[in-house]
Design a protein around this ligand. Sequence first.
Ligand code: ADP
Ligand code: MG
Length: 342
Amino acid sequence: MCWLKKFGRELVLIGLGGVALSGLFACREPNAIQKETRFIMGTVCTIQIPGPPAVARRAMAGRRAVREAVEKAFARLEECDQKFSVFIPSSPVCRFNQQGIPIDDPEIVALIAQACEVSRLSQGAFDITVYPLVELWGFYSGKPRRPAPEEIAAARGKIGWQHLVITNGQVTKKNAAVQIDLGAIAKGYAVDAAMQVLLQNGIHDALIEAGGDIFALGQRNQKPWKIGIRHPRQPGLLDTLEVSDRAIATSGDYEQFFIADGARYHHIFDPRTGYPATNLMSVTVIGANATLADAWSTALFVLGLEKGMKLVEEGAVRAEVLMLTSQGRALSSPGLKTIPGP
Ligand code: ADP
Ligand code: MG
């Protein structure tokens, strides 16, 4: 962590999970009146509320209210986990997967509809029915392995977002073998949901992070939030962004991976091949909401540089993006304003 010091105390780092982030808050945010990290949705979640200057802070009667708001926001993250998890047997998603029970929770139905829209726009690069592939490659069990080609072919036969049917407020499946995994969109959704809870409780400045998906609400001490995006391979930053009321999500080949025979295999799959997508090292999406930023970071990661940038240029993505190719070339959309590194 020592090298962080040279970037100063205002910078928040993302891109390699949240553990370093929480450490950063703990040691480098003296003005925070509330900062807390919990393990939810299988990842590190942090909420930070920046504090006013010391004098105002002493006089502030609302500290307890802030603490309660943060508690409610964490409860919302927990609630999202209970709804969307593929691991919790009572979750509607798990019951849909294991027993074929239709999903009728309006919140989940709406999220699945959003996921299917990203599938449509990305021509299937994004597909929440990748569950059989994620399972086959061992990313659920924590024992990843390279499957045989025939196993991959068999898993691909169970994949296809068109097998999902959304009618009358219900999600059902046309093919009983279909199973869904909201891992590429639910964390972003949970971040948006927690952000709404903070707003409803009178908090207008906050940073919420769940496993690399961020919402930077308002400002940090009267200035935009400064977010550093870590380089996936080297110590140091790929870029630094100044944002206010913006979501930032990153997908990369470095969060969950293994190396076999010199090749890197990770947890973001091209549903059309059944293998991990290979065009990019990372994609960061900066947009108005974390749900779509999360989904599109995964979708663009699969699509790769040219097809991905084309969708951004055509306006299908409605966000700014930063891509790092597998050769190490960084490219951003024309509207992305980065600030010089510290
Ligand atoms: P992370 O969860 O590491 O932040 P992502 O948001 O990109 O990264 O989500 C990756 C997860 O999404 C995988 O663990 C898997 O559960 C699921 N997934 C993998 N490939 C796809 C895909 N092509 N479309 C939708 N979901 C995917
Ligand atoms: Mg994602």
